[in-house]
Each structure stands twice: as C-alpha cells, then as structure tokens.
Design a protein around this ligand. Structure first.
Ligand SMILES: C[S@@+](CC[C@H](N)C(=O)[O-])C[C@H]1O[C@@H](n2cnc3c(N)ncnc32)[C@H](O)[C@@H]1O
Length: 394
C-alpha cells in the first residue's frame, strides 16, 4: 500500500509531471523510455500517481493537478466546495484552531487553513500523512497546518490549544464500504468523544446515517453538490444550530431547508405538477418543506414525490415536472400512450418501483423521428404501480 518515499524527490516529481495527464495510449512507451534512466519501481509509482492525479482533477478540480494521492486518499477526499462550506461554518461559529483527526491527503485541512484557521492534522498512515504534508506545502499553507503521523484516538485537542475538532472517519476497508459506525476508524463512539472534547466539533458521516445516531442537541446536515448527495456531517457543541436536528444544504446555490417545527407530511392525489426533492432534502427527512414551499402534498406517505396544482417557482431544493397524465402501470398501456404522444426522447425516473430504467426505455420501443421529449416517473400509490407521464420544467 505504501509507495516509495522517493516519489517526492526531484526525480520522482519530474517523472510524475512527465506522465501527467495520464494517457493510456502513450504511457507505455513513455514508461519504457523512463526505465532506461530510472529505477523501475519509481517509474511504476510515478505512473500510478499520474493516473490518480488525473482522476483527482476530474473529481476535485484543477487544484488537484499538483497534489499527491493514495488510492484511498483520493476516494475519501472531501470535495473542495463542501470542505469550504464546512470551514466557513467553523469560522462563523468562532473557531480559530482546529484538530483534523484522520486528515487523509488533507482536503479538509486545506480548506480550514484557506478559511483562516490554524490546523493540527493527524493521520496514522505514514504515506498518506507525508502526502498531506506535501499537499499543504504545495498550496503554500505550511505556516497554518502541522501534520502529524500519529493515531488520533488518544489525541488531546484542548491540550494542543484547539477550540474545534473535525473527525472524518475512514469508512472503507479493503476497497469495501463499512456500513457499521462501530467499525469506522475512528469508531463512531471514539469520533464522538473526540469531537465533543472541544467547544466546537463536527463529524463527517455517510449520508445513510441513522437519524437516531447523533446525540440530542446536534445538527446533522445532508449536503448535495450539483445533484449528487455527497455527505452528511454532524455539528456538535457551538457549531450546532439551536432547535435544528436536521438540515439539507443544496450546492452550488447553498439553499437550505431544516427540521425546525416541521409537521408530518400531508398526502393528496396526483395533481397538475410533480416535484422531485433533491436527495439531500429526502435523506434529511425534509420532504414536507417542499410541500410547504409549493403548497403541495405527497402522492403517497412513503414516496418522496410532491404534487401541487399551480406551477411552482424554480428552486434548487427540487426538480419540477408538469404532469401530462398518469395511469395505472402496464408496459403495454404506457408504450401506447408514449406512441400517441409522439415521444422520441424519454427520461425514466423511479421511486418505490423495482424496474431497470434502461430496460424499461428499451421496452417502450420509441418511434424513430418522434419529436416529443418527456419523462416517465414510475412509482406506486399504496401498493398500486403508477406511471406518471410528465414534461420536465427548467
Ligand atoms: C475519510 S479519510 C479523511 C479524508 C479527508 N477528510 C480529506 O478530505 O482528504 C480518513 C483518514 O483517517 C485515517 N485514520 C483512520 N483511523 C485513524 C486513527 N485512529 N488515527 C489517525 N488517522 C486515522 C485514515 O488513514 C484515513 O486516511
């Protein structure tokens, strides 16, 4: 798992630059040429690094093009947009010095420093800690961030002058997701103890977190970015928001919804418009907030589709559809209706309905040359399968 430390030497850096951006069709010839004058292991490590860095630029943006990654470090790195949002919240809550416990290759630590905090970052894996240090140096942040290659479980953040703690536990083992919080590293109970040791704390968790797990008084935020639900995090102490147990934050707009004084969701028949809440809103259990915003109801108590009878304003918290018609589901009937409607391009969505969207689209045998572009939302009301044919609104 560890890569040769010489990768950070001048020769290693030059080789990585030579192979970056990684191009599978030219890399073999380039590596053979490089092996004539360099150690084979170093050349192989540089190729791997160039490949990781190329993927990192796609996933994390141009800042990554001079940074160092392990495969796990890249997989687990926080998106810069989300890391910046978190760092800004710590600063707004009054944090000055933060302990980043389990810092990986450093994406949260970088955002904390860029937001103006001083950071002490701990990472138990030697290579990962070394890369975090290199990344911080690369971005000119070494004055603000100290990286220690150490176990975080017994770290005393208060004794190190910290007023805030962030823990992003490793939730992967041997390439597999670890669902049980007791098996994260640090474990949920250790992470909670560490993050509550300072006046301000935050734990990054999986978006599928059980709503009952965070302690009373915590605020859990579910965050989506560009339509992808990327993470949840649990704010503790002075970073939590009074009377808000759950909130959804939708990036890039930053629009929010929260659970303060929320009512149970109301239910009604399918009407003229259908709304699909953003995944952050759904996972935070805040679909009723979309009802509140548009004067709508759920189509079924267990299905996160909202319906309303006048055109809702566009908003980042949901996608909008104008209902063309809805019918009890049968492949044959839906196919006929789509033909009648001259549908040539079909978007398929499903909720509470077991279907392979690609296979369904294929089964619709859309007519070539048909010009209409519509969406079919396959769902259920009670136990009855329903197809809603609709036009997506911008
Ligand atoms: C999810 S990653 C952190 C990613 C980081 N927030 C970022 O955005 O780049 C978790 C890291 O915690 C480290 N880790 C796990 N248990 C640890 C422990 N007990 N002490 C220190 N580091 C630990 C892992 O090696 C891993 O690199």
């Amino acid at each position: 798992m560890s890569q040769p430390p010489t990768l950070l030497s001048a020769a290693g850096r030059a080789l990585v630059d030579q192979f970056f951006p990684y191009n599978p069709s030219t890399v073999m010839a380039a590596s053979q040429a490089a092996r004539a004058s360099h150690d084979g292991d170093l050349v192989a490590a540089a190729m791997t690094q160039a490949k990781l860095r190329t993927r990192a630029v796609e996933r994390l943006g141009p800042q990554a093009q001079h940074l160092w990654f392990t495969a796990d470090g890249l997989e687990q790195a926080t998106r810069p947009t989300v890391a910046a949002l978190r760092a800004a919240h710590f600063v707004a809550s009054g944090a000055h010095r933060i302990a980043d416990l389990g810092c990986g290759v450093g994406f949260d630590a970088i955002a904390f420093a860029q937001a103006g905090m001083s950071v002490i970052a701990l990472e138990r894996d030697e290579t990962t800690a070394e890369y975090a240090r290199a990344n911080i140096a690369e971005l000119g942040l070494s004055e603000s961030v100290e990286v220690l290659n150490a176990d975080a479980v017994s770290f005393d953040a208060l004794a190190h002058g910290c007023d805030a703690t962030f823990v992003d536990p490793a939730r992967r083992l041997n390439g597999q997701r670890v669902k049980d919080p007791a098996k994260w590293s640090p474990s949920w109970s250790d992470a909670l103890r560490l993050a509550t040791a300072t006046p301000m704390g935050c734990l990054k968790v999986a978006p599928g977190i059980d709503h009952a797990l965070p302690p009373l008084g915590a605020t859990t935020s579910w965050i989506s970015d560009g339509g992808d639900l990327v993470e949840a995090c649990v704010w503790l102490g002075a970073t939590a928001t009074d009377h808000v147990a759950r909130e959804a934050i939708v990036l890039p707009s930053g629009q929010r919804a929260n659970s303060h004084a929320i009512q149970p969701a109301s239910v009604g028949p399918i009407s003229d418009y259908l709304l699909e809440p953003d995944d952050a809103v759904i996972r935070a259990g805040l679909v009723q907030r979309v009802n509140d915003l548009v004067g709508g109801t759920l189509i079924d108590p267990a299905i996160a589709y909202v319906t309303c009878d006048s055109e809702p304003a566009a908003a980042p918290l949901y996608s909008r559809f104008a209902v063309v018609e809805h019918l009890p589901f049968s492949l044959k009937t839906v196919r006929h209706r789509l033909r009648d409607l001259q549908v040539g391009t079909l978007e398929v969505k499903k909720r509470g309905f077991a279907v392979d969207p690609e296979k369904f689209r294929h089964d619709m045998r859309l007519e070539k040359g048909a010009t209409q572009s519509l969406t079919v939302l396959l769902t259920r009301i009670g136990s009855d399968p329903v197809a809603i044919i609709a036009k997506r609104l911008p």
